[in-house]
Unconditional design. Structure first.
Length: 182
């Protein structure tokens, strides 16, 4: 049985394993330093009902996770979020990322975001396919923005827009704060 649910502190060893695999072996993250469970506990503490952190569990085992995070710390950016998805290496290609992306993207609309940004390296074709399948469109690129595994990295920017939320803010609606939804 497959379940998408909020992440808990008990999930952090597996979340850490999944993330550190990406740090060591891929350009899915430009992070070059592996994380500890304590590091990931601090990360989880920065997520709430608006900026969700969720996991996909299959037959009692966490095989992927994702989150919405603030795009930037300045108050004016509270109408947007950034999405991140990581899948256990043994579960790549099984549609886990797409399920997590779809769930978080639906939640983003309900939480009042105008746009969600998917930032991915331009060579990460699996992430690009996932984002496009869930309705994200290209929004630009940052050329040679990073370096990892001896190569310069371009960052592709994808966006998904939520028209009803855009209309809400254009009509003077309030912007939720951390922990609030619209």
């Amino acid at each position: 049985m497959t379940t998408i649910r909020p992440l808990t502190p008990g999930d952090l060893p597996e979340v850490t394993r999944i993330y550190n695999h990406a740090v060591r072996n891929t350009t899915a993250t430009l992070d070059t330093d592996e994380k500890t469970v304590a590091d990931m506990a601090g990360w989880l503490d920065h997520h709430d009902d608006r900026y969700r952190a969720i996991g996909l569990e299959h037959d009692g085992r966490l095989i992927g996770y994702g989150c919405l995070s603030p795009f930037a710390s300045r108050g004016g950016y509270r109408v947007s979020a950034e999405i991140s998805i990581y899948v256990a290496p043994e579960s790549h290609g099984a549609g886990i990322g797409r399920q997590l992306c779809a769930w978080l993207s639906y939640h983003a609309e309900e939480a009042g975001f105008t746009t969600v940004l998917g930032l991915t390296t331009s060579t990460n074709t699996a992430s690009i396919r996932m984002l496009e399948a869930v309705g994200y469109v290209p929004g630009g690129a940052l050329t040679r923005i990073g370096r990892k595994h001896g190569e310069l990295i371009d960052l592709a920017i994808y966006q998904r827009f939520y028209e009803r939320n855009i209309d809400h803010y254009l009509q003077g609606g309030d912007v939720p704060r951390m922990g609030e939804t619209r």
